[in-house]
Design a protein around this ligand. Structure first.
Ligand SMILES: C[S@@+](CC[C@H](N)C(=O)[O-])C[C@H]1O[C@@H](n2cnc3c(N)ncnc32)[C@H](O)[C@@H]1O
Length: 304
């Protein structure tokens, strides 16, 4: 139902309610806690609406044909794995798609039998609960700060930062043009361009931006999208240009894990001169809609 239809239905209910009960109804609407979920988290509703707008532009697996490396890597996982974008598809939406037979959480162990096992889901975007955790419990007050999302993809971090933080500027850098177009469409539709900018570029061409950033967000940026040699080059670029004392770096997974998989143990041992990890309270997020394992993948570092 769109806004106009919903508004008309409410007005019709008012017009059909007896005068005495109408007074009670209006009083209830003004004072009840029953509507809190709808009213308090209007921002979550905006994020869900953005996800709804983006879904028709992408296939169900939310990968574009040019992402051959990411598609191959997903297929090479030791457990059968599918990509389900957690920003586009929250748990409720996945459940309804499974009921409709459009998505499955299971795979068949030997075809034709009823023996099934759970598929692994991976996501290339933060979910809405992860965004809330990030901006309310991981990062401090961002008033006046410049936040850069390295590999902004659908723009989840940028929209989350716009709605859930006071960051002065949020800049997304994305190497895939298709995703830049989708983000630009959302910025225009929701009027976010006063604080969000999206740049179509390889992050390694953005030294001035990286040097200025107060917060750099790196959610599994390189692992699925660049060859190991290119990943090493990109990490070297980040460590050489992101040097502002006290600036914050958010990574998924931990920076040690990302670099160890590249067998860059010499770089890992030099990390202590560049940054220190800031301990996080993973229990701070009290709502039960987040996957606790995915929250513990989020790490925060302060530059020395
Ligand atoms: C896992 S997604 C992260 C999405 C988003 N930051 C979020 O947290 O929801 C990583 C994105 O980084 C992009 N990417 C990979 N290497 C890049 C590079 N060198 N420069 C800019 N973007 C890059 C990929 O195209 C992909 O869309």
């Amino acid at each position: 139902m769109n806004f106009k239809m919903a508004k008309n239905e409410i007005l019709q209910i008012f017009s059909r309610t007896g005068l005495q009960d109408l007074a009670k109804l209006i009083d209830w609407m003004k004072n009840t806690d029953d509507l809190e979920d709808f009213l308090v988290d209007n921002k979550r509703t905006v994020l869900k609406s953005i996800a709804e707008d983006l879904r028709p532009y992408l296939p169900l697996e939310a990968m574009i044909p040019s992402e051959t490396m990411a598609i191959q890597k997903t297929q090479q996982n030791s457990e059968p794995t599918v990509h389900v974008d957690a920003f586009l598809y929250d748990e409720e939406t996945v459940d309804s798609l499974c009921e409709e037979g459009k998505m499955s959480r299971n795979y068949c162990l030997n075809c034709g039998s009823r023996r099934t096992s759970l598929l692994e889901f991976i996501s290339h975007s933060f979910s809405i609960p992860e965004l809330l955790f990030l901006f309310h419990h991981v990062l401090p007050d961002l008033t006046g700060k410049l936040v850069v999302d390295v590999g902004s993809r659908l723009g989840a971090v940028l929209y989350g930062g716009y709605l859930y933080s006071a960051a002065a500027q949020l800049v997304g850098v994305e190497i895939s043009e298709e995703f830049v177009k989708l983000q630009t469409m959302i910025l225009e539709k929701y009027g976010f361009s006063d604080r969000i900018q999206v740049i179509h570029a390889d992050i390694c061409s953005q030294s001035a931006l990286v040097q200025k950033a107060d917060v750099l967000i790196m959610n599994n940026v390189f692992e699925y999208f660049l060859k190991p040699k290119e990943q090493v080059r990109a990490w070297q670029f980040i460590s050489q240009h992101f040097q502002k004392k006290g600036a914050l770096l958010v990574t998924v997974p931990s920076i040690q894990e990302a670099l160890m998989s590249l067998q860059e143990s010499n770089v890992v041992s030099a990390l202590g001169h560049w940054l220190e990890e800031v301990p996080l309270d993973y229990n701070a997020y009290q709502q039960n809609d987040a996957d606790p394992d995915s929250l513990t993948q989020i790490h925060l570092y302060r530059l020395l």
